[in-house]
Design a binder for this molecule. Structure first.
Ligand code: XUL
Ligand code: CO
Length: 477
């Protein structure tokens, strides 16, 4: 296999796997050279025999039931479904093939006809809505090019998108809406140097046109947010890169997006999704703090929030909780791409979250944030390559939803118990004194503090009680 192909496939294993392998039954690849033909005919259900998934409680042994997620149950004054605001990621669930950099696709969903035709795109959209209905989720997320095939020209791509989106709007009915939409600015070769940060102004213009259209269709579908993930907005080498100029271009691009959003009356939140690298060696939106600094520098605070993805957090050397808290304390927590990485694998494995401790920490941030609305939890997560039954799509989402629901319950237990908050309160109580309050109010000048330090002598430093904090946390799980 050639090096270039390996790189291309690596990218696609993260988002949408290319169907470049000749062997095996045909799938409908999202690649550019895929043959586009096929009919839209499909008789009956896409998921026959799978009922609407219900809550049966923790003692249920039924794999096709929720054990912890009880949509209508009220927790801390809000229904569970309103805390969670779950969303299905179209690209993983309906375009993921199980292919990876070393292997051919493994998933051959029965409704796929091996083409990337418009008819196939529409059939797949119908499958999406049957899935949403059965899993009991009211939101979905998409890239423009996941849902409709690329055309020979931008005009043709836009027409394809319009056709699929018209059907999606009809299928959404009154209940279902996109949590967010986005433009795919990373797969086509034109974006090899980036979109908004490309060295070529023609590419910048093409990217702008694609985002314009993707914002329009997100608005048309009643989307609540619009996401910018700059997978190729970064660099491979600083030797041939004018970083300052590229970042200025990205800032201008974001300004233009704000202006267009206002022009079309789209009231959704604009979100930037940080990720440190992959596919680019260094992505400009490295993590929450870097992205917050970018927004401040370009005067975009107040116009954008952040979409924190847990697997991206760990790739940047942080925990998901750290990224969520960094976003939250800066007033920037807008949405969560709910997934997790693997401690032994160094790339973006996009797994469904199954760790209750991690989910509890995530939900602590969400509760402290007062919820995520108009954001939510998008399952930017895919089935493992070896999970090949249609039923596995349900099992994966049920397990992800139950894990986060269990995290919510544990977080509430922890808050209601109060001992962790008390431990933290005591830790900082010296700042509740008169001089501490002065410091916090910005009145702690160095001369006054020096006098106090001399008067008080060596300070007595209390224990941080870290192990006790861990014990309290564990007992809430
Ligand atoms: C890639 C990723 C994307 C964004 C949307 O790692 O997370 O799917 O969420 O482009
Ligand atoms: Co994501």
């Amino acid at each position: 296999m050639k090096g270039g192909r390996i790189l291309l496939l690596l990218v696609c294993s993260t988002v949408i796997t290319l169907g470049v392998f000749a062997a095996g039954p045909p799938t409908c690849p999202a690649d550019l050279g895929g043959k586009c033909s096929g009919s839209g005919e499909w008789e009956g259900e896409f998921f026959p025999g799978i009922p609407k998934i219900k809550y049966e409680g923790p003692s249920s042994k039924n794999p096709l039931a929720f054990k912890w997620y009880n949509a209508e149950e009220e927790i801390l004054g809000k229904k569970m479904k309103d805390w969670m605001r779950f969303s299905i990621a179209f690209w993983h669930t309906f375009r993921g093939t199980g292919g990876d950099p070393f292997g051919a696709p493994t998933k051959y969903w029965p409704w796929e006809d091996g083409t990337n035709s418009l008819a196939m795109a529409k059939r797949r959209m119908r499958a999406n809505f049957e899935f949403l209905e059965k899993i009991g989720v009211d939101r979905w997320c998409f890239h423009d090019r996941d849902i409709a095939p690329d055309g020979e020209t931008l005009e043709e791509s836009n027409r394809n998108l319009d056709e699929v989106v018209t059907l999606a709007k009809e299928l959404q009915g009154t209940k279902i809406r996109p949590l967010w939409g986005t433009a795919q600015l990373f797969m086509h070769p034109r974006y090899m140097h980036g979109g908004a940060t490309s060295s070529e102004v023609g590419v910048y213009a093409y990217a702008a046109a694609q985002v314009k259209k993707a914002m329009e269709v997100t608005h048309y579908l009643g989307g609540e947010n619009y996401v910018f993930w700059g997978g190729r907005e970064g660099y491979q080498s600083l030797l041939n890169t004018d970083m300052e100029r590229e970042l200025d271009h990205l800032g201008r691009f974001c300004e233009a997006a704000v202006a267009y959003k206002k022009k079309i009356g789209f009231n959704g939140t604009l979100l930037i999704e940080p990720k440190p690298q992959e596919p680019t060696k260094h992505q400009y939106d490295w993590d929450a703090a870097t992205t917050a600094n970018f927004l401040r520098k370009y005067g975009l605070i107040g116009e954008f929030k952040l979409n924190i993805e847990c697997n991206h957090a760990t790739l940047s050397g942080h925990s998901c909780h750290h990224e969520l808290e960094t976003a939250r304390i800066n007033g920037l927590l807008g949405n969560i791409d709910a997934n997790t990485g693997d401690p032994q694998i160094g790339w973006d494995t996009d797994q469904f979250m199954t760790d209750i401790s991690e989910a509890t920490l995530v939900m602590l941030s969400v509760i402290r944030n007062g919820g995520l609305a108009p954001g939510g939890f998008n399952f930017d997560a895919k089935l493992r390559r070896e999970s090949t039954d249609v039923e596995d799509i349900f099992l994966a989402h049920i397990s992800g939803m139950d894990t986060l629901a269990r995290g919510l319950r544990s977080a509430v237990k922890l808050i209601q118990d109060g001992s962790l908050a008390e431990l933290v309160r005591k830790r900082y109580q010296s700042f509740d004194t008169e001089i501490g309050a002065q410091v916090e109010a910005g009145k702690g000048d160095f001369e006054t503090l020096e006098k106090l330090a001399m008067k008080w002598g060596e300070p007595k430093v209390p224990s941080a009680k870290q192990e006790l904090a861990e014990m309290i946390f564990q007992s809430a799980l």
